[in-house]
Write a protein that binds this ligand. Structure first.
Ligand code: PAF
Length: 279
């Protein structure tokens, strides 16, 4: 496994690859877990080589505290990547990516950026767009893999690729869960024992909401979920929304032609957890 920290070095390596080599790309912020490994395994199957980037991107954090506390586990990340036969790892510094100008490019994602996470995390998607576009320019991937846990991010990256005519195929991968249903996330390692114990309630409620959505209106399901969380003192609901998958527009009434998804964000003490389910 090769590890590059410099843009020039990884680009030289990519240039030296045989013409037509299919490159699978998995961008990450490190603190790797089984969810990331499942993306890498899928990328391995579908490409000739796999490149993983590890970069904690400063411009996508709206709170300095979150950036500082983001888990950094580079040694164990590299061993995990070796264990799944990753070919190349890219580990740039912030200076390497941004020079001295750590700011985001401003994007228009046709409104996708104003829904859900966009309402609560100021500038987050400009930061994500900036880094992912930059990484695509450096890595020139054939296919790029993103988890559906960050479904809004996935749709925004699809939109960016379409609008900026970037030639990589975006592959959305199913949410990888712990045995008790909690969606895998680098943040789970920061949960207290008590909060970790109650966190599966999030997915349990999503599954029940899916059932309810078969027989009730969107508004009734939203009310029901909000009430469920009132009885759960260790978890604070930030939002629960039912939206059209493609546009992420919240709905009031169902239309048989549309595909819907329910989205949730919850605080377990200071740790913010998100999840979603196709309805
Ligand atoms: O999903 C993430 O881990 C990050 O948002 C990403 C896509 C690696 C960009 O920094």
């Amino acid at each position: 496994m090769l590890v590059f920290a410099k843009i020039k070095s990884i680009q030289q390596k990519i240039k030296s690859l045989k013409k037509g080599t299919a490159i699978g790309f998995v961008p990450t912020m490190g603190a790797l877990h089984k969810g990331h490994l499942s993306l890498i395994k899928q990328a391995k199957k579908e490409n000739d080589i796999v490149i993983v980037s590890i970069f904690v991107n400063p411009t996508q954090f709206d709170k300095q505290e979150d950036l500082v506390n983001y888990p950094k586990t580079i040694d164990s990340d590299l061993s995990l990547l070796k264990s799944v036969s990753c070919d190349i790892v890219f580990t740039p510094t912030a200076d390497e990516i941004y020079s001295s100008n750590i700011i985001s490019q401003l994007f228009n994602f046709d409104g996708l950026e104003h829904q859900m996470e966009g309402k609560f995390r100021d500038g987050h998607f400009d930061g994500v767009g900036t880094i992912v576009k930059r990484l695509f320019e450096i890595v020139t991937p054939t296919k790029s893999y993103f988890g559906e846990k960050d479904f809004q991010q996935l749709q925004i990256i699809r939109k960016m690729v379409e609008k900026h005519q970037i030639s990589t195929k975006i592959i959305g991968c199913e949410i990888y869960r712990e045995a008790d249903g909690l969606a895998m996330s680098s943040r789970n390692s920061r949960l207290t024992k008590e909060h970790r114990k109650v966190a599966p309630f999030i997915y349990k409620t999503l599954k029940e909401a899916k059932k309810e959505f078969g027989i009730k209106s969107a508004i009734e399901v939203i009310d029901w979920v909000e009430n469920e969380f009132k009885n759960q003192p260790l978890l604070e609901l930030e939002y629960f929304e039912i939206a059209v998958e493609e546009t992420l527009q919240p709905i009031k009434n169902k239309d048989q032609e549309q595909k819907y998804r329910a989205f949730i964000a919850v605080f377990a003490d200071k740790i913010r957890l998100i999840d979603n389910i196709s309805l």
